[in-house]
Design a protein around this ligand. Structure first.
Ligand SMILES: NC(=O)c1ccc[n+]([C@@H]2O[C@H](COP(=O)([O-])OP(=O)(O)OC[C@H]3O[C@@H](n4cnc5c(N)ncnc54)[C@H](O)[C@@H]3O)[C@@H](O)[C@H]2O)c1
Ligand SMILES: O=C(O)C[C@H](O)C(=O)O
Length: 327
């Protein structure tokens, strides 16, 4: 397995690459960035685990970095500062993602594409459109990494209801920004005794967990270490699904057309939206099955209603960035 990290010298890229270096499934860890990758690669290459590490710097080395990759993980681009929304990052990050996706479509068209760069609600549709333009789009292999929302939800919920945060699973559906993040607390054991006020506070904390970190870092960026953990968890789930042939379930932001039957069932609840984070059964070819969202409480149905117009706007923004001939 060749795994390439694009943005590998960044705040997320470095700890993510360190975690990936520990996977016995990875034979080649390829690190791409526009700065500092020779140093990061030299450093990681001294660790006595299986993966060979190579560093690639600048656009001239992008093809070599990506060529033949099985998995491409993208945390490249700028992070938020206080008082910015994720959508404010679109102006810079959309072009970065377009260029990386173009190179991936040419050099590793069958790779699993794991998109971390914000705004995820829009960057994932950008990758889809670029791959379509190159005639290599397989919706089963494109994922917006929303694992940090699930990781946060497990932590925050277990702080209130108890239990082991590491094993407590909280489904989080929708998108990855503010009100588009929809935690389904009604489906988690131990939450039925919580007051509505408690549920709303907990929901709000999960929706705006990213802002909590941005504020605490006070201008020095957004979540990096927890994101590296979440990004590694999602990559390991993909690797497990490929290597073990045992289906692995993760909530992730996917094209609902990646599973006709499961996608259609989701659209009965969401309306005609193309990208949505749902529980997905991952297999060797990527999305194996989109699983049912399950029952929503009245409060969660209201959250969904609020989320859909914003999410849809973000998707259209990403899609039209490419369809209006930005290639
Ligand atoms: N999906 C999530 O849950 C989640 C969580 C945290 C952060 N993020 C997003 O991840 C992105 C990266 O965050 P960070 O804190 O690591 O930022 P950072 O600035 O620390 O690192 C970004 C890296 O990207 C590199 N880069 C810039 N342009 C590039 C290009 N054209 N090709 C390759 N590399 C390029 C930079 O040189 C830098 O090393 C941001 O957009 C942030 O909003 C997403
Ligand atoms: O909040 C951010 O901008 C980064 C990331 O999307 C997060 O959820 O932490």
């Amino acid at each position: 397995m060749k795994v390439t990290v694009c943005g590998a010298a960044g705040g997320i890229g470095q700890p993510l690459s360190l975690l990936l270096k520990q996977s016995p499934h990875i034979t080649h860890l390829s690190l791409y960035d526009i700065v500092n990758t020779p140093g990061v690669a030299a450093d990681l290459s001294h660790i006595n685990t299986r993966a060979k590490v190579t560093g690639h710097i600048g656009a001239a080395q992008m093809d070599a970095a990506l060529e033949g990759s099985d998995i491409v993980v993208i945390p490249a681009g700028v992070p938020r500062k206080p008082d910015m929304t994720r959508d404010d990052l679109f102006k810079i990050n959309a072009g970065i993602i377009r260029d990386l996706a173009t190179a991936a479509a040419k050099n590793c068209p069958k790779a699993f594409m794991l998109i971390i760069s914000n705004p995820v609600n829009s960057t994932v549709p950008i990758v889809a459109e670029v791959f379509k333009k190159h005639g290599v789009y397989d919706p089963k292999r494109l994922f917006g990494v929303t694992t940090l929302d699930i990781v946060r939800a497990s932590t925050f919920v277990s702080e209130i209801v108890g239990g082991d945060a590491a094993t407590l699973r909280v489904p989080v559906i929708g998108g990855h920004s503010g009100v588009t993040i929809i935690p389904l607390l009604s489906q988690v054991g131990g939450t039925s005794g919580l007051s509505q006020e408690r549920i709303e506070k907990l929901t709000n904390r999960i929706q705006f967990g990213g802002d909590e970190v941005v504020k605490a870092k006070a201008g020095a960026g957004s979540a990096t270490l927890s994101m590296a953990y979440a990004g590694a968890r999602f990559t390991f789930s993909i690797l497990d699904a490929i290597a073990s042939n045992k289906p692995v379930v993760e909530c992730t932001y996917v094209d609902l057309n990646s599973d006709a039957q499961g996608g259609a069932a989701t659209k009965k609840i969401t309306g005609d939206i193309q990208f949505f984070s749902v529980p997905v059964e991952l297999g060797p070819a990527g999305v194996q099955r989109i699983l049912p969202i399950g029952n929503l409480s009245e409060y969660e149905a209201g959250l969904l209603k609020t989320a859909l117009p914003e999410l849809n706007g973000n998707i259209v923004k990403g899609t039209s960035f490419i369809s209006q001939a930005n290639l």
